[in-house]
Design a protein around this ligand. Structure first.
Ligand code: HAM
Length: 416
């Protein structure tokens, strides 16, 4: 227990964290180009936020939340996703007073009590974006294009984009009746959770993980066939905007998404390289969420992309995570005086932007050089009593062994 991280969590070691940094830098750069500002919200929120925001008949709320009482007897939940928090912050800080639309992004850890497997964790990380305040179908296309461009700039061109529309409360009302009638005919076959969802929220049965409910859902009437004219026009305009940007998609009437706040456009980006957990990215419009949480009616749309799943796909495809510059200089030393000099020199160089290191383990000169070679230092310099007396030393380039004698004071300029 003591030496094992909790199930479904991962340590990201220094040997891997450069991959995360690469992905995060890409995300930040792309958001800058698209005009999104970063929002950082707390890791935990009042439980009520997710009950209302995500929906109390969803799997996330019913089965997966890390909820606990704090010492002040408040019910607190580790965020299972980022949208509800962003919406809460939008209301709390009256962001709607800013010029609209308000465009936000985040890179956050999320927590869901799920059965861990490849690509499914209990603590995982999301890169997400949210746009508040615009109903324009071109915004739907913009965020989809951001997700697709992000993946393509990371080297993933051939992921599948599936889109659907799940309508607004008007079309949903008519559809719910049809859906309830359909599932009532198969009531005995439904799992217990879905039986309890039938009258309260029949749409949730469509993304039940049980194989029998899943098979019934496949044959159920599709929401896309019941859209009102406004939702149909919106969806057509999203498709036209995607066509205009040359972004290929498939309309998949089976996408309903697992969270309650969605309206109109929903989409998922999948890769068949990561088995059953194939959704790398999921998102959609949520025009009723801000109002549901107590704010003024405000449309919204966003997506979140799972970083662990993205990493899995990138690694499977052997993609690059950028070049990491090897450390610059290793200062080897012989004797106490040289060691003390090395200490000062290393501090001075670090202060001036040069990555460098010296021995801390009392290694012999031979062992110091072996360490420098193994750690990938670009240059080494060896200091002994003579070098310090003459204020000169031999700087060696490790790639080809080329050596030059430099003034100790000049090392900095030489390496820059
Ligand atoms: P979601 O589909 O629940 O949507 O999650 C988005 C992405 O997070 C998934 O596609 C997946 O890559 C990753 N993910 C989810 N659960 C896990 C897990 N247990 N382990 C590893 N990765 C996971 C949302 O969270 C919405 N908030 C997205 C959104 C933003 N919709 C509108 N705005």
């Amino acid at each position: 227990m003591l030496t094992k991280a909790p199930r479904g969590t991962n340590d990201i070691l220094a040997s891997d964290s450069y991959k995360w940094q690469y992905i995060e830098e890409k995300a930040r750069d792309l958001c800058r180009r698209f005009g999104y500002g970063e929002i950082r919200t707390p890791t935990f929120e009042h439980t009520e936020l997710f009950l209302r925001g995500v929906g109390d008949t969803t799997d996330v709320v019913e089965k997966q939340m890390y909820t606990f009482e704090d010492k002040g007897n408040r019910s607190i939940t580790l965020r299972p996703e980022g949208t509800a928090s962003a919406a809460r912050a939008y209301i709390e800080h009256n962001l709607g007073a800013q010029p609209l639309p308000v465009k936000l992004f985040y890179l956050i850890p999320c927590f869901r009590y799920e059965k861990p497997q490849a690509g499914r964790l209990r603590e995982f990380h999301q890169f997400g974006v949210e746009v508040f305040g615009s109903q324009a179908p071109t915004v739907d296309a913009e965020i989809i294009s951001l997700a697709m461009l992000f993946l393509s700039e990371l080297g993933l061109q051939e992921l599948a984009l599936n889109i659907n529309s799940i309508g607004c409360p008007t079309c949903r009302k008519a559809y719910n009746e049809v859906l309830i009638a359909y599932f009532k005919e198969h009531y005995d076959e439904l799992c217990d959770t879905c039986k309890s969802r039938l009258e309260r929220n029949p749409l949730r049965i469509l993304d039940c993980k049980s194989p029998i409910c899943g098979a019934l859902a496949k044959k159920a009437p599709k929401l896309i066939d019941y859209l009102c004219s406004g939702c149909r026009e919106h969806f057509d305009a999203v498709k036209t905007a995607l066509d205009g940007m040359g972004i290929a998609y498939t309309v998949d009437p089976d996408i309903v998404r697992g969270l309650d706040y969605y309206t109109k456009t929903v989409f998922e980006i999948t890769s068949n390289d990561i088995g059953s957990q194939s959704a790398v990215c999921g998102g959609g419009r949520y025009d009723g969420l801000i109002e549901e949480l107590g704010g003024a009616p405000t449309p919204g749309i966003g997506f979140a992309l799972g970083i662990e799943r993205l990493l899995m796909v990138m690694e499977q495809k052997g993609l690059s995570f950028g070049e990491v510059e090897p450390p610059k200089l290793y200062v080897a030393s012989i004797g106490a005086a040289a060691d003390a000099y090395a200490e000062t020199l290393v501090y001075h160089l670090r202060k001036n932007g040069i990555s460098c290191e010296k021995d801390r383990m009392g290694r012999s000169l031979k062992a110091q050089m072996k360490y420098a070679d193994k750690s990938g230092y670009q240059y080494t310099v060896v200091l002994g009593d003579d070098e310090i007396a003459q204020k000169k030393a031999v700087l060696k380039r490790m790639s080809d062994g080329e050596s030059v004698t430099v003034e100790l004071d000049e090392i900095e300029n030489y390496l820059k």
